[in-house]
Structure formats: structure tokens, C-alpha cells
Write a protein that binds this ligand. Structure first.
Ligand code: FAD
Ligand code: NAG
Ligand code: NAG
Ligand code: NAG
Length: 493
């Protein structure tokens, strides 16, 4: 049987239906234009003198900035006057306190950077700031007890710690938002694996954070962590590796969408086939033998897939690579594209909504043939057993009981398409929000935020959650220095 490419293309639809207006900044600003606010030499030399020998200062004109430090998403990104590749916790403290002193006369923001995959448009509010990068802090050490490991904050997903499917997002960035991925059925969410962290607070002090130390901050950093400080070290739970994974991939033409989506509790993708038609891919991944997985795939096979393939005896990392999400993937790891995405949690598939999304994508494909080759609509339905074992109120992660998360990822290179593509993204969001039935509020994922969400959507609709987060934000970050990534509103000032 012929096998379609794993990640086929999808073109994009223009829609005037959404009231959303593109934010008022210039998405065409590139790093080199930031030289307009160079830092004074005295600041650089004093900071350099305080840093450890392995730390590095990079100016926007540095070639390293144009390669290593490009971001996954170029539509609305933070701009840097200086990037500090820190090597120790003390380097972070030095950068923050230097910065704080300097900023008394110049208002210069700062931002931690791990995998640079953060894509919410709120990041663009950081203009000409100081980036604190962890590319030099990629350490990992399993403790003698064997069930814990010390991790540096600079690791990316594929380097060691498998959290999600894509190899390049940062482990810290993922965990601070709770994280999700294939392993959560076994052990819970990536953020649930943290047992302690070192955090540099807005005033430049470094503190330990765990169940027994700064307990409220401990609650907050697992789900809303980007808002509270800079993590310089973490201790994670580690487990005996599951050695043999299997995978079944079934591709359907759009006609079987109702049946394929109806009972689905696994991961699937709506992409575009080689003929330009929007296809449905159902992708089953299982930490066990293929024969067992086939029992789950059987009800879908009878629908008559147009293509199929299966694998067995693979490692988890090999399964990820088969999914087309490794370092060579422009979708997962490519830098500098224009991209938009948002996440939407829900409990049950609504095939009416899925059909609506399918037809939006089909219209898009017809309108812009060949456009947006790296664009998809994913529904991520990872196993929930490990997730719901963790008490819902024990972390700042809001929607534990919601097993399905949909996310369109639209990638393009022509900036003149932005308005149309954003309008389409928002139209899909409206359909997905309504898919829960009348009156249901939107439920998003902080790490998949578009940037125009209300705080409730990302941090939870239960009143106590935002009250607690706002109170903690006032306590730990009263001036709102950590407010570029999905900021907790109403907490500052
Ligand atoms: C292709 C792709 C695949 C993805 N797959 C998954 C997935 O499988 N599972 C999942 O849960 N999410 C996934 N995500 C979403 C991911 O969780 C977010 O994009 C996350 O922000 C990535 O973190 P980063 O470190 O790469 O990004 P960055 O932009 O470097 O960081 C994101 C935010 O975290 C803050 N931050 C980074 N390091 C620190 C630190 N040490 N201390 C404090 N704050 C810090 C930054 O300041 C920034 O605000 C994916 C995203 C993309 C683009
Ligand atoms: C600097 O980095 C090198 C190579 O990673 C390492 O061996 C060395 O210990 C580091 N030095 C300090 C002072 O941290
Ligand atoms: C999409 O992919 C096709 C085939 O690889 C290529 O010919 C075309 O130029 C691509 N279009 C865009 C907009 O990237
Ligand atoms: C299903 O989704 C559609 C479109 O989003 C919505 O109008 C409808 O109310 C939903 N049905 C249910 C039962 O929730």
C-alpha cells in the first residue's frame, strides 16, 4: 500500500468572520534593527566582569544571534539589545541585579530563553531587552538513588528528557506551563515530574522552591511558572525506560471524517494530501507491543484508510523521529517562519465541529493552492491515567480532566498573508470553543497561547485559581518583570 508523507501540507483560508484585529506592532522587525538602542559600554564591561568564565555576551549584530538564537516564530517575537549566555545561577543573579540598577535610568526588560519555541504574541512586548539564554546550561545528572535527576535549565526536549513529541522546544519552558505528551499516561505531565527547583526572583535573590520551601510558589511554578522567576536548576523524577514502542498510522480521505473522529481517543492530524485534498491522519502510539495496539486500531481500519503503516520495537525517540518532529523538521524545529497557533481543551469530540474545521481547511487549500506546506490541525489525545492521579488543586495546571487538546499550527513565509491567516486561526478557535456546547467558555493551554486570551482561559475558570495567582504575583513579582509570556492580568500595579 502506498504511504503518504507523514506531514503533508495544508494551505490557509482567508476569513473575514473573526472580529480579531492583528496587534499593532511591526512583525517585520528583525534582530539587526535593534541596534538602534545599543547598551552603553560601561554597562557591558561591568556586567562582563561579574560573569563566570564560561558566560558569553552577544550583541544583536553577532552572527551567533542570527543562527543559534533565532526563534521558531518570527511573526511577533521579542527583540534583544543584548543576549547573555549564562553558565551559572550567579550569572543570572548578576545579570538581573546589574540590569535592575541600570534600569533605574533606562527601562530595559529581560526575558529567560530556553528552547526559543515560545510563540505567544505577548512575547513581542519585550522590545530591545536583555535575553538570558541557557544554551550553556544543559547538564543532567542522575542522583545515586536512581530515581531523581538534576537538570540544567537549558535542555531541549530531544536532548535527553522526552516530554512532548517535538525535539526542539525547551524542557524548562514546557514544564513551567505544565507540559503534555505521550508519556503522561504512564507518569503524569512533564511538570508533575519536578520535585524542586532553584528560582531567581525579580529582586535578584535565588531561592529553593519545593513542597517544603516556598510552598505557594511551588504550586504556582507548575502551570504558571513563566510569570514568577527564572529557573536555574531543577530536580526531576526519572523512570525505568519503556524500551519497545509501537505505532500505527492510518490516513483517511476527508469522507470518513465523522467515523474517524467519532470515537477517537488518540492523536490525529488533519493535513493536506499530495493532491491538495485535506486528509485525516490517525496516529496511535503505544509503549508496548504492536499486537496489543492493533486492537485499538482495528475499529478504524474497517473504515478503509487510503494509506497505512505500522512499526514495532522502536525506542521512544525513534517513534518521535518517525512522526517527523526531529531536528531536521521545519515544522518542529525550523526557525524564523511566520507561525500562529492556539490550544483548545475539550472533553468529547464533536463531529459537527470537526467537519466545520475540515471545510475551513479545504476552502483554504482551494484558495491558496500550494501555500502553507507546514501547516496542520492537530488533536492531541494523550493518555490521561498519570495526569488525573495528580490532585487537580495541587498545581497551577487548570484543565487536568480534559483529555483532548486541539491546536492548529499555521506556518508561512509571506508576511502579507498574516491578517487572513490570523482571521482563519480565530475562526477555527470560535468553532472549537462552541464545540463544547452553548455557554462553554474557551479553555486554552498556556504553552499554546495565541496571545489574545483572557487570563481565565489559560489559568482556569475556577475563581480561586486566578485570585491565588494574582496574590502570588503581587508578592513575588510586584513590578511585573516576568510578564511577557501569557501574563497573569490584574496582578501588577
Ligand atoms: C513545534 C512545537 C512543539 C511543541 N510541542 C509541545 C509538546 O509536545 N508538549 C508541550 O507541552 N508543549 C509543546 N510545545 C509548546 C511549548 O511548551 C512552548 O512553546 C514552550 O514555551 C517552549 O519553551 P521553550 O523553552 O522552547 O521556549 P522559550 O521561548 O525559550 O521560553 C518560553 C517561555 O518560558 C520562559 N522560560 C524559558 N526558560 C526559563 C527558565 N529557565 N526560567 C523561567 N522561565 C523560562 C521564557 O521566558 C518564555 O517566556 C510545542 C511548541 C512548538 C512550537
Ligand atoms: C566551562 O565549560 C567547560 C566545558 O563545558 C567545563 O569543562 C568547565 O568546567 C566550565 N568552567 C566553569 C568555571 O564552569
Ligand atoms: C510547497 O511544496 C511544494 C512541493 O514541495 C513546492 O513546490 C512549493 O513551492 C511549496 N510552496 C510553498 C508556499 O512553500
Ligand atoms: C458541536 O459543535 C457545533 C459547532 O461548533 C456547535 O454548534 C454545537 O452546539 C456542538 N454540539 C454539542 C452537542 O455540543
Amino acid at each position: 500500500m502506498k504511504f503518504l508523507p507523514l506531514l503533508p501540507s495544508l494551505a490557509l483560508l482567508a476569513s473575514a468572520l473573526s472580529p480579531y484585529k492583528a496587534p499593532n506592532w511591526d512583525p517585520h522587525v528583525h534582530l539587526s534593527t535593534c541596534l538602534s538602542t545599543p547598551l552603553p559600554p560601561f554597562f557591558l564591561s561591568r556586567l562582563a566582569a561579574l560573569l563566570s568564565p564560561n558566560a558569553t555576551l552577544l550583541l544583536p549584530s553577532s552572527p551567533v544571534m542570527q543562527t543559534t538564537h533565532l526563534r521558531w516564530q518570527a511573526y511577533a517575537k521579542p527583540t534583544y539589545s543584548l543576549l547573555v549566555e549564562v553558565a551559572t545561577e550567579q550569572d543570572v543573579v548578576a545579570t538581573l541585579t546589574r540590569k535592575v540598577r541600570f534600569a533605574n535610568t533606562h527601562s530595559l526588560p529581560f526575558l529567560a530563553v530556553d528552547g526559543a519555541h515560545g510563540q505567544t504574541t505577548t512575547l513581542a512586548a519585550m522590545r530591545h531587552g536583555i535575553a538570558i539564554s541557557f544554551v550553556r546550561m544543559k547538564t543532567a545528572e542522575v542522583l545515586p538513588c536512581g530515581d531523581l535527576a538534576r537538570l540544567g535549565p537549558g535542555l531541549t526536549n530531544g536532548e535527553l528528557v522526552p516530554t512532548g513529541r517535538c525535539m526542539c522546544p525547551g524542557v524548562t519552558g514546557i514544564a513551567l506551563g505544565g507540559g503534555h505528551g505521550d508519556l503522561q499516561g504512564l507518569w503524569g505531565r512533564p511538570g508533575d515530574q519536578l520535585v524542586e527547583a532553584r528560582v531567581v526572583l525579580a529582586d535578584g535573590t535565588a531561592v529553593g522552591v519545593s513542597e517544603g520551601e516556598n510552598a505557594e510558589l511551588w504550586w504556582a511554578i507548575r502551570g504558571a511558572g513563566h510569570n514568577f522567576g527564572i529557573v536555574t536548576a531543577m530536580t526531576w523524577r526519572v523512570y525505568e525506560r519503556v524500551e519497545r514502542w509501537s505505532k500505527v498510522l492510518l490516513v483517511f480521505s476527508g469522507e470518513e471524517l465523522e467515523q474517524a473522529a467519532g470515537g477517537l481517543t488518540v492523536y490525529y492530524i488533519v493535513g493536506t494530501g499530495p493532491g491538495g485534498e485535506v486528509v485525516v491522519q490517525v496516529d496511535f502510539v503505544f509503549g508496548g507491543e504492536l499486537a496489543e495496539l492493533e486492537e485499538f486500531a482495528a475499529p478504524f481500519r474497517v473504515l478503509g484508510p487510503v494509506a497505512e503503516q505500522s512499526w514495532e520495537g522502536k525506542t521512544y525517540m525513534e517513534i518521535n523521529r518517525l512522526g517527523g518532529s526531529d531536528e531536521t523538521s521545519e515544522l518542529a524545529c525550523g526557525k524564523g517562519y511566520y507561525r500562529h497557533m492556539f490550544g483548545s481543551y475539550y472533553k468529547r469530540h464533536n463531529v459537527t465541529a470537526m467537519r466545520r474545521v475540515h471545510s475551513i481547511l479545504t476552502d483554504m487549500t482551494r484558495k491558496y493552492p500550494g501555500a502553507g506546506n507546514l501547516s496542520f490541525f492537530f488533536v492531541e489525545g494523550y493518555a490521561q491515567q498519570g495526569v488525573i492521579k495528580v490532585p487537580a488543586d495541587s498545581t497551577a495546571v487548570p484543565y487536568r480532566a480534559y483529555p483532548l487538546l486541539s491546536v492548529p499550527i499555521f506556518t508561512y513565509t509571506d508576511p502579507s498573508w498574516s491578517d487572513d491567516i490570523i482571521a482563519t486561526t480565530m475562526e477555527i478557535k470560535r468553532v472549537m470553543t462552541e464545540s463544547g456546547g452553548p455557554g462553554e467558555p474557551p479553555r486554552g493551554y498556556v504553552n499554546y497561547g495565541f496571545g489574545n486570551e483572557e487570563s481565565e482561559e489559560l489559568y482556569g475558570h475556577e475563581k480561586w485559581r486566578l485570585e491565588k495567582l494574582r496574590r502570588l504575583k503581587r508578592k513575588y513579582d510586584p513590578e511585573g518583570k516576568f510578564s511577557f509570556y501569557a501574563p497573569i492580568d490584574g496582578s501588577v500595579g
